[in-house]
Ligand binder design. Structure first.
Ligand code: 5GP
Length: 194
């Protein structure tokens, strides 16, 4: 087991509805030493790529993306969730359905912060059905930027997102892939990775 799988096993809580709660160390209370380690690991996995920006989505993606951007020495851009409609023109816009809240949000990034010269590494905390990542890919593509890869802390391998994104041909690196979880027994099974 790697460091993140160990921590999920110790402190993750399986909730009904295929939700894994990691709020004691990743997305409510945050373990900064663990986040630093995540930043180093993504840097190691994507160090051969000419990354110029790290792109994520608010709110919980920011904490994961911050140490990654620091390791690469590049800016971090996060897509904002927005209800307003009169923003096209200055903004790249994508529609993202939230897995946890079951609602749709427009997510926006200012055109000032992504350009065709950018080589983007997309980072998020969880991958479930892939809506968040597809929204971020669409924003990067609207900017004419190159998506160099995607890094996820926790992929739920029993949901379709991972397959969809890999089938699009992207390098998708997930530090922990949960293949099964049982809310009653509280058990979590990880996919074996190299
Ligand atoms: P997707 O768009 O891939 O369906 O879902 C990814 C987004 O939903 C992530 O940005 C994450 O915030 C949230 N999410 C999905 N599954 C879980 C989960 O099991 N636990 C938590 N805490 N967040 C999740």
């Amino acid at each position: 087991m790697n460091f993140l799988e160990e921590r999920i096993t110790k402190d993750g809580i399986v909730k009904p509805g295929n939700v894994l709660k990691v709020d004691s160390f990743l997305n409510h209370q945050m373990d900064i030493a663990l986040l630093d380690e995540i930043g180093k690991e993504f840097h190691r996995r994507f160090s051969h790529k000419p990354i110029t920006k790290v792109l994520t989505i608010e709110a919980s993606g920011i904490a994961i993306a911050y140490p990654v951007a620091r390791e690469f020495g590049v800016p971090l851009v996060f897509a904002k969730k927005s209800k307003s409609i009169n923003i096209e023109g200055e903004m790249y816009v994508a529609e993202v359905e939230s897995f946890t809240h079951k609602n749709k949000n427009q997510v926006i990034v200012s055109k000032r912060f992504l350009s065709p010269d950018d080589h983007v590494l997309i980072i998020d905390d969880f991958l479930a059905n892939g809506c968040a990542l597809q929204g971020l890919i669409s924003i990067a593509e609207s900017a004419g930027a190159t998506v160099e890869g995607l890094g996820i802390a926790i992929e739920k391998g029993f949901q379709i997102g991972g397959r969809v994104i890999r089938n699009l041909g992207y390098q998708l690196e997930s530090l922990a892939i949960v293949d099964a979880m049982d809310a009653d027994a509280g058990t979590i099974t990880f996919r074996a990775q190299d």
